[in-house]
Design a protein around this ligand. Structure first.
Ligand SMILES: *Cc1c(COP(=O)(O)O)cnc(C)c1O
Length: 388
């Protein structure tokens, strides 16, 4: 039995994971090995990921959300602490502080990048702020140095939610490497996928060790190590942990995907440039590009529909859908969701967040598209622009 490929002829999907026969063969090897839970492939994936991201330690997890939870635990964040987070992010960013009993405080973002900055974070600081979670939103690298200059003297931990950031660069280095701890997602909506999965990276060896234990019930000896010895040593549980493990099946896929990363990013950057030049000069449409401080992987290529455009965001989405183009609303704003509606924002307003979340949309971008597909998308936006 085979599963039919997603995608209908003529329809342009917003995203598709880049998976091939190499991934299928890697999974078949794991099954043949007889060890499918967390084991040697997870260890190999962690090693390769740490090297690629230029950071000392990598700890694989079941998702980015669980990695975020562990990041806050190892950073010592808990009850009574405030954590500054952008509202303009997937809901997991705002949820994580709540898992450890802390309080998320929402910061606004900059309009050109969709990211928090030292200025927007400063406005959201409270006397209880102990950590910030910065996000490389849609793959756009966050400007970390000024944020560290703000946070370090105040003893505020900098956690980078690099869920969308794999393959993006900040000042010539991979994003995430400059944070106290960074977390990554391998959900199929992201650029590198293991089905579900995540990673925590840090240059702090103690934090990495603790995260490694916490993801496996805080067991003193890993299940893989116990299995490897004939007479398993007795294990001990020093604190309350979790089951946040990745499987070797997922890690085998991840290893292949990591080898594909350069090609994935290269293709996305090529397509982003084609969108940017195709949409240049279209009245009422603002396009994104690399910020001065880095290079985006363009995981999400978004545009802003300005007031002078004849259609609003919803109208343009509908027009694209009529043409068989599956675009998406831009990034959500957590402060508008019932789960987080009554949160504090320090002295910050969320004006830019509100503007971007109502006025932006994400255009289709994946490896299986070609130049003609992109031109078709551009054409719909261009044609609608000349209506009155
Ligand atoms: C996707 C995403 C997450 C969640 O990742 P999972 O691996 O699905 O848990 C967290 N933060 C941001 C910014 C994301 O885009």
């Amino acid at each position: 039995m085979s599963v039919r490929a997603v995608g209908t002829p003529g329809r342009i999907d917003v995203m598709r994971p880049w998976l091939g026969t190499e991934e299928a063969e890697a999974v078949a090897d794991v099954i043949a090995s007889g060890w499918v839970a967390q084991g040697p492939r997870v260890a190999a994936f962690e090693h390769a990921f740490a090297a690629r991201m230029a950071v000392g330690h990598a700890v694989a997890t079941s998702s980015c959300t669980t990695a975020l939870h562990l990041a806050l635990v190892v950073a010592g964040i808990g009850r009574g602490d405030d954590v500054v987070v952008p509202s303009f992010s997937f809901i997991a960013t705002a949820n994580a502080p709540v898992y450890v009993g802390a309080r998320p405080v929402f910061a606004d973002v900059e309009g050109d990048t969709g990211n928090v900055s030292a200025a927007t974070i400063a406005a959201a600081l409270t006397p209880a702020t102990r950590a910030v979670i910065v996000v490389d939103q849609g793959g756009m690298p966050v400007d970390l140095a000024p944020i560290r200059a703000l946070c370090d003297p105040r003893g505020i931990a900098v956690i980078e939610d690099a869920a969308c950031g794999v393959g993006s660069e900040y000042r010539g280095a991979p994003v995430g490497a400059g944070a106290d701890v960074a977390v990554w997602s391998f959900h199929p909506r992201k650029l590198l996928t293991t089905g579900e999965g995540g990673m925590l990276t840090t240059s702090n060896a103690e934090w990495a060790d603790r995260a490694r234990r916490l993801r496996e019930h805080a067991m003193s000896v890993s299940a893989a190590d116990r299995h490897a010895s004939l007479l398993a040593p007795p294990e001990e549980y020093g604190e309350v942990g979790f089951n946040y493990r990745m499987t070797d099946l997922q890690a085998a896929i991840g290893l292949v995907q990591l080898g594909r990363l350069g090609a994935i990013v290269g293709r996305r950057r090529e397509f982003a440039a084609r969108y940017a030049s195709g949409l240049a000069g279209v009245g009422g449409i603002r396009v994104i590009g690399d910020p001065p401080h880095g290079r985006s992987n363009f995981q999400s290529y978004w545009i802003e529909v300005l007031a002078e455009y004849p259609l609003d965001r919803e109208g343009l989405l509908a027009r694209l859908a009529e043409a068989g183009v599956s675009a998406r609303r831009g990034i959500m704003a957590s402060h508008r969701q019932p789960a987080h509606r009554s949160r504090d924002t320090g002295s910050a307003t969320l004006a830019t967040t509100d503007r971007l979340t109502t006025g932006t949309l994400i255009l289709p971008l994946h490896h299986a598209l070609d130049g003609d597909d992109l031109d078709r998308v551009v054409d719909v936006i261009r044609t609608a622009a000349s209506e009155t």
